[in-house]
Design a binder for this molecule. Sequence first.
Ligand code: PLP
Length: 372
Amino acid sequence: MIYLDYQAPTPVAPEVVKAMEPWISEKFANPHSPSKWGNEAEAAIEVARRQVERAMCLDRGSVAFTGSATEAINWALKGMVEKAPPHRNRIITLATEHAAVLDTCEWLAGRGIDLTILPVKADGLLDLDLLERELDDRVLLVAVMQANNEIGVLQPIAEIAEMTHNVGALMLCDAVQAFGRLCIPDGPDLVALSAHKIHGPKAVGALWMRKGVNPEPLIHGGGQERGMRSGTLSPALCVGFGAAAKLAAERSDRDYDHVLRLWKTAMHALGPGWTINGSTDHRYLGNLNVRRDGVDAARLLADLRNIAFSLGSACASGSGRPSHVLRAIGLDYRESRSSIRLGFGRYTTQQELTEACNQIAAAAKAQEHLVA
Ligand code: PLP
């Protein structure tokens, strides 16, 4: 099998597995218990926290571990709304955000929050003039992701944060797809992360909070994470996240150069006839979302069971619904249905990528003959 779905989970790094192993087997103590073993587990979690924080390259803030980025996003949005003064009751976000943001915002809108979902341009980028016109002193929070999970487009996070701060509002950045791959620009007040996108384990994420920005807790109980997020932490998952973050920071240049080479390899091997969805200039190059006239992408997926790739977002795939991101950049139903997403990265070889793209190109051509 050739794995080209790096925007869904990434393969777990061997270094991460090794770091986690003792915490799954013999080191089973509760990190919140006062015993010697508990203290050891707690210390390991604190090391992991520093590793994640250091890899983010943002200062004046700290990370709280969560069960996922989805939880971190829910916490940031609901927790800030809970604390907001009555006149700050607007949230602005984009039509291309992940469901974790959009669905939470819709839920809040059902409880009285004034929600504005801004459209994006055909290249997937936010029109900053449009944002400027929308911002006012009723805005509590602007939520914009750094790298889009479906089309890889990179939003101008630093500029958006600055504009947001100018009206006294806060910015939440879903950096799930960017963290460990690209630098997170300085600016956001809250940042959501997930370990399984950076070769770490699933079911652990984090919320980075700028100093002084403290959303109300979402989960109540034992008062873990300085009273902000209750629930016993898993040392194994936190240590795995920390090891993955450390590795990503150490290898960032090497990984980036590799991804750049893979992008060129994929473009060459796919050959002509494919159109890139989303900006070609402002994108993470480990995400290649392309379409080809006349292709039935679902059939392509069924024909090529030996290649793991995606129709759009991993969440939307299989639902039968056309991707909200592709719709937001103006693709019609037919164009969305002829779009595929190839995601590659650290462990993808040029040889397997060439092989997969050749097979995809051949299967797409075969469909043309069938239709003709
Ligand atoms: N945000 C983005 C951009 C994602 O790609 C994902 C996962 O696919 C999430 C949020 C949710 O992350 P998690 O699986 O940790 O809840």
